[in-house]
Design a protein around this ligand. Structure first.
Ligand code: AMP
Length: 214
């Protein structure tokens, strides 16, 4: 089962993917995280990736292609939530090709719909644990102790691209490159739109119904 979670940055798709993955034993593949891990490894490739993520631009398709092919080839029997991929027409074409080649079916594309003001508010309040990667929101899902991860007590940090200047560009890139692919999935009858401003538990319930997770 392959499900795609699609939406602007800060729409909560990563939060939902992580919850469902934990609850139902699915594989949550988060492209942004995978890219950040490559950056953290200090490799030459990571350096190149950083020159794009730092300014909120999409990383070139050649790099994305290698990563996604490996993920789908290595786990062709698992149920996977793709979070943050595809993000452009050419990436959607790539996904089509890989799914056909591996004989995998796209269950659906779940679109997290939310306005810009709510996004900026969410992202500027986002913090994460650099050790276990748990994500917090200072307003809606704060840690139990100020600035510390609930799981391992590590000092929480802000992503370098979660500042207002870079967010503005990420939203622009989303509008120009990612939003247009919604039409393709709508046409194919694969698109489900969700109100991303609902409570976390309510969105989770809707996703479970639509994806068919019990
Ligand atoms: P995210 O964690 O999903 O907000 O992604 C953080 C950054 O990683 C984005 O602003 C892009 O620079 C890069 N990125 C994530 N996913 C992709 C993708 N599918 N294609 C190209 N770049 C991506």
């Amino acid at each position: 089962m392959i499900a795609v979670f699609l939406g602007p940055p800060g729409s909560g798709k990563g939060t939902q993917a992580a919850r469902l993955a934990k609850r139902f034993g699915l594989l949550h593949f988060d492209m942004g995280r995978s890219l950040r891990e490559e950056i953290a490894s200090g490799s030459k490739l990571g350096e190149k990736i950083r020159s794009y993520t730092d300014i909120g631009e999409l990383v070139p398709i050649s790099i994305i292609k290698e990563i996604i092919e490996k993920v789908l080839e290595d786990s062709s029997n698992e149920s996977i939530i793709l979070d943050g991929f595809p993000r452009s027409e050419e990436q959607a074409d790539l996904l089509d090709d890989v799914l056909i080649r591996l004989g995998l079916d796209l269950k659906g594309v779940y679109f997290f719909s939310i306005g810009d003001n709510a996004i900026i508010d969410r992202i500027t309040n986002r913090r994460y644990c650099p050790v276990c990667r748990k994500v917090y929101n200072l307003k809606s899902a704060p840690p139990l102790i100020d600035g510390k991860c609930d799981e391992d007590g590590s000092e929480l940090v802000t992503r370098p691209d979660d500042n207002e200047d870079v967010i503005a560009n990420r939203l622009d890139v989303y509008r120009r490159k990612t939003a247009p692919i919604l039409a393709r999935y709508r046409r194919k009858g694969k698109l489900t739109e969700l109100d991303a401003t609902l409570a976390i538990a309510d969105i989770e319930k809707l996703l479970m119904e639509h994806i068919g997770l019990q």
